[in-house]
Design a protein around this ligand. Structure first.
Ligand code: FES
Length: 208
């Protein structure tokens, strides 16, 4: 069994649980916490810069030198390239930290997903080995399970929003090829509408 560690984000005072298997950013996004200006989730934009105040980490090599050796020595990290090795206290830095109005409310999202899909399905989604994401009819993310977060690096692209709109309009299951920004990987997905009575109220993408 993988050991769970806690990460406390300051100055927000928000604590999440993480395991050592994926970057901290993935765990935050999966819990609906888009706290920093993440634009790539690949160590390429610098939008998830933060400072580790206490605890042990494992760094994954940056694709290009966003953080200098001096910054790393001071404790600066990219949350999308950092895994936990112990409980951590991490400061989200001005320039990366989103303002309250830029941050979606994770509780709203969770309640909306449960209302639409039922609590059992929402709870079970994270244990599905296929990637699953569900967007509501406004294009808001309701469900992003662990497998989908891994495939998409935690952050659904604009293309996925566009595909989900197509699914809503066609209201029929279809296969899609999704190009994964920014690395250009192409993923096959089955898109299908989530029906309430005769109405499609959300779109789901399954990445088998
Ligand atoms: S989200 Fe771009 S560097 Fe981490």
């Amino acid at each position: 069994m993988t050991l769970k560690r806690t990460v406390r984000f300051e100055p927000l005072g928000i604590t999440i649980e993480c395991e050592a298997t994926e970057p901290i950013l993935h765990y935050a996004l999966r819990q609906g916490l888009r706290l920093v200006d993440t634009r790539c989730a690949e160590g390429d934009c610098g939008g998830c810069k933060a400072m580790v105040h206490s605890g042990q980490i494992h760094r994954v090599e940056q694709p290009r030198p966003i953080l200098s050796a001096a910054e790393q020595a001071q404790g600066h990290v990219l949350l999308c390239r950092t895994h936990v090795k112990s409980d951590l206290v991490v400061e989200l830095l001005p320039g990366s930290l989103l303002t309250p109005s830029q941050r979606p409310d994770p509780f709203d999202r969770h309640h909306a997903a449960e209302k639409l899909l039922g609590p059992f399905i929402v709870a079970a989604a994270d244990h599905l080995s296929d990637g699953l994401l569900v967007l509501d009819d406004q294009g808001r993310l309701l469900v992003l399970n662990r497998a989908a977060a891994h495939l998409l690096h935690g952050d659904p692209s604009q293309e996925i929003t566009a595909v989900c709109r197509t699914i809503l309009e066609s209201a029929l299951p279809q296969t899609y090829q999704i190009t994964c920004a920014p690395n250009g990987r192409v993923l096959a997905a089955i898109g299908f509408p989530v029906m309430k009575g005769h109405h499609a109220v959300a779109s789901a993408l399954l990445f088998p």
